[in-house]
Design a protein around this ligand. Structure first.
Ligand code: ADP
Ligand code: ZN
Length: 227
């Protein structure tokens, strides 16, 4: 059964690269009937379309650095102003800095903002990221051993060929994790202080369904009403 958001909400998926935000977000989006907005996917779309924004962002992405705040914030706020976001949305990969979080709060005043923190240790993230496969067409995410596609290198959902992201190497991931701990970790405290954070342990890769149920449970009491 799908559910609807009683009050318009911006649900932030917070957590390190490889924690599973991009795996669970599409399912959650379908369940809640609100759009999934992934800043990483938006940048990769711009890159594919060879836009100026894509070219600029790619320089940072390849190095494992964050794209400058002003660029990301403008892109997200633009996207949030589209009509499909009126009942809320799921933000995956944004905010990633305190400045982004404060900007979001100042721009979105008509919706409740809450964050779900996907908690996982750095060790398991290396294994997850270096085995990750992505679909260029529909952005579905797989893993070579933990969550393989039915047919090797082919997306179950749209039959396109899967690829490994250029920034999913050990070297770039090391930098991404450093940046994550320095710039994004403080957001855990930022949302916790506002009583807007729930934490989910996502270390057990064998139970994707259990993790999804945990996500729903964390939202349930204040968020969902059966539709
Ligand atoms: P993951 O969560 O697996 O690290 P994403 O697909 O969310 O990867 O992001 C890929 C890259 O895009 C990041 O490493 C960063 O360079 C850039 N990026 C995505 N979201 C943001 C953001 N909110 N602020 C700055 N840079 C971002
Ligand atoms: Zn696909």
């Amino acid at each position: 059964m799908n559910a609807s958001l009683e009050t318009p909400q911006v649900i932030i998926l917070l957590g390190p690269p490889g924690a599973g935000k991009g795996t669970h977000a599409p399912k959650l989006s379908q369940h809640l009937q609100v759009p999934h907005i992934s800043t990483g996917d938006l940048f990769r779309y711009h890159l594919k379309e060879k836009t100026t924004l894509g070219e600029i962002a790619d320089k940072y992405i390849q190095k494992g650095e964050l794209v400058p705040d002003d660029i990301v914030i403008d892109m997200v706020i633009d996207r949030l102003s589209e009509s499909d976001c009126k009942n809320g949305c799921i933000l995956d990969g944004f905010p990633r800095t305190t400045f982004q979080a404060v900007s979001l709060e100042s721009k979105v005043t008509d919706k409740i903002i809450k964050a779900i923190y996907f908690k996982a240790s750095d060790e398991i993230l290396f294994e997850r990221i270096t085995g990750r496969l992505c679909c260029k067409e529909c952005n579905a995410v797989y893993h070579k051993s933990f969550f393989p596609p039915k047919e090797q290198d082919i997306c179950d959902k749209c039959q396109s060929t899967l690829f490994q992201r250029k920034d999913d190497t050990k070297e770039v991931l090391k930098k991404r994790l450093e940046v994550y701990h320095l710039q994004t970790d403080p957001l855990i405290h930022f949302y916790d202080k506002k009583n807007a954070l729930t934490e989910i342990n996502v270390e057990n890769t064998n139970s994707l369904e259990d993790i999804f149920q945990d996500i729903l449970f964390s939202l349930k009491e204040t968020t969902l009403s059966p539709s």
